[in-house]
Design a binder for this molecule. Structure first.
Ligand code: SF4
Length: 570
């Protein structure tokens, strides 16, 4: 595999051999290493010295179930630190099969125009795309597929990325109707916009299968991995993930009092039942939509849905838990139809639904919209896409919105909005939000699944739990495995080692894998330190430490000394 470097100053692309120090890294790990090696940590995130990196995980492009998450990264315009966000869809598999270990986009075009980068088996082309300026991601994907073929994968930004908004994500087309898989967090859509890149188009048709160092070891391990997923009560065909998708957890999070409600002022929502996974399934099937579909070819879990309106017309694929929380209960909105409408707008504008939902919640608290009134939030989202002054404030995320509007209840850590678990009722997540190099990010180490292991309302054991989960997430994000496919490898590190050895023949041991996970976090922490982030940034918003959260009336009270010590065992 090679590194593909695209220089936007000179508008040229060139292939390079992979540097030896990058060879045994992939996905999130490779992004951290490239940032540490090539990007000045103090650089302006939207300036010419930052780099936008696309990297398949180590196992991307293989036949292994659920291994096609595409990592996208750079210095975050939102947190000012390291950022990797990953998405499902076909991008990772296409890039890997086209022989791209990392796509590194550098510089900025002098003419401030927009471009499309097309990579296929026949070559690489960087072409004008200024006629796509102002288009949402759905229209951009349609234009690109009209030009390059319906089977192409399109990775694009919407208006939010063009306006360099810190709430902008990068949107990737996926398998079947899964046309909006978003690498949402950290403002990477703004970074892509700052490079003048409207879209990356991938066509891997005819590409050869990737070589395997030990085909038998890989095949046996991949088969065992898939079998365990299929037989698991969580991820198998009768499991909640396949049956209800991520919305399966709405009921449990609401019952534990951690479901963000009306700008994180309460932890349970009075009409949450209307948002349960069972309800989503019923509505979807009644109307002729789909459940149990996949975002990438070959995933045996198949957690996705195609949510349709009353006439059976697709609205959004997939309607997910975090979006239901941030654009639903957090805005006092209690119907899936209304949430799906807001979700579609976010996907089309290329907005992170978590950051956008948090901004809108803060705006409602400031009196600019009314909790429970969807149309008032649609108006604010339209301000974002029009690029009005108010829209540009909202599009910079919840922290900026709070400062401009004079709101002190702003649910952020390291400048990034919290996902749909209030950390006062799930304190392990609070530790992850505060300490993780990624800022408030549920995928960096989510304690929800460990709620029976460590009391979510207590302070004991949260630091150790968070570190364990952060190490696990670093491994998944670096290999390209979906977070939902973790059960087989969390319980059996040797299985992950066998998969890596089967693919590459590196002769890794479990100890090597453990060291690899630590190295990822150390690189990220190292970059953040050089970028100027300190332990003082590893904190919860002050109001969460003194404002009790109903119904348990708990505050976030994990001691600061514990937050400071999260990585002491690395
Ligand atoms: S479990 Fe769901 S999100 Fe993960 S790879 Fe499979 S279909 Fe995609």
């Amino acid at each position: 595999m090679k590194t593909l470097r695209v220089n936007m100053d000179r508008l040229e692309a060139k292939w390079e051999s992979v540097l030896p120090e990058y060879e045994r890294l992939g996905g999130r790990a490779l992004i951290a290493k490239i940032l540490l090696t090539e990007v000045p940590p103090q650089c302006e995130p939207l300036g010419p010295n930052n780099k936008l990196i696309f990297a398949p995980g180590l196992l991307g492009g293989t036949s292994l179930s659920s291994s096609g998450r595409l990592s996208i990264g750079g210095k975050s315009p939102l947190t000012g630190g390291v950022k990797e966000a990953n998405c499902g869809g076909n991008g990772s598999s296409d890039l890997a099969r086209l022989g791209v270990k990392a796509l590194v986009v550098e510089g900025q075009p002098a003419d401030e125009k927009l471009y499309q980068l097309c990579i296929s088996g026949t070559g690489v082309e960087l072409l004008p795309a200024d006629e796509w300026r102002g288009l949402g991601t759905y229209a951009t994907a349609a234009k690109a597929q009209e030009r390059w073929g319906a089977d192409c994968t399109v990775i694009s930004i919407g208006q939010a990325g063009e306006f360099l908004m810190s709430a902008a994500g990068v949107v990737c087309t996926g398998h079947g109707e899964q046309n909006s898989r978003v690498a949402a967090r950290g403002g990477l859509g703004a970074l892509m916009g700052s490079k003048g890149l409207k879209a990356v188009v991938l066509n891997s048709s005819g590409a050869d299968a990737l070589p395997l160092a030990d085909p038998e070891l890989f095949r046996v391990s991949a088969r065992r991995f898939a079998k365990e997923l299929v037989e698991s009560p969580k991820t198998g065909r009768k499991g909640a993930m396949h049956t209800y998708g991520t919305s399966a957890i709405v009921a449990a999070v609401n019952e534990m009092g951690a479901f963000p409600t009306r700008n994180f002022s309460e932890g349970s929502f009075e009409t949450a039942e209307n948002l349960y996974g069972q309800r989503l399934r019923e509505i979807t099937l009644e109307r002729g939509g789909k459940v149990g579909t996949t975002c990438m070819a070959g995933c045996v879990i198949a957690c996705c849905n195609v949510f349709v309106d009353e006439n059976g017309k697709p609205v959004v694929s997939t309607l997910q838990y975090e979006t239901i929380g941030l654009l639903g209960s957090n805005l006092g909105i209690g119907t899936l139809d209304e949430i799906a409408h807001l979700n579609r707008l976010c996907n089309d504008f290329g907005l992170d639904s978590i950051e956008a939902g948090a901004s809108l919640g803060v705006a409602a608290e400031a009196g600019l919209a009314r909790f429970g009134d969807k149309d008032s939030f649609v108006s604010l989202l339209e301000e974002i896409t029009e690029g009005s002054v108010l829209g540009r404030v909202l599009g910079q995320g919840a922290a900026v919105t709070g400062r401009v509007l004079g709101v002190s209840r702003v649910p952020v850590a390291k400048g990034q909005a919290m996902p749909a678990y209030d950390p006062r009722a799930l304190k392990g997540n609070g530790v992850t939000y505060a300490a993780s190099p990624m800022g408030a990010d549920h995928t960096a180490g989510n304690a929800f699944g460990a709620r029976r292991e460590v009391n979510p309302l207590g302070t004991e054991g949260q630091r150790e739990l968070s570190l364990k989960l952060q190490l696990g997430a670093a491994m998944l994000d670096s290999t390209g495995l979906c977070l939902f496919a973790r059960p087989p490898v969390y319980g059996d590190s040797q299985l992950m080692v066998d998969l890596i050895n089967g693919r590459f023949g590196w002769g890794w041991s479990v100890a090597d894998l453990e060291e690899f996970k630590k190295t990822v976090l150390k690189m990220e922490l190292g970059f953040n330190e050089k970028a100027g982030l300190t332990l003082a940034d590893a904190r919860m918003p002050e109001y969460m430490t003194r404002e009790p959260l109903p119904p348990h009336d708990t505050v976030f009270d994990v001691p600061e000394a514990e937050l400071d010590a999260v990585f002491s065992a690395l």
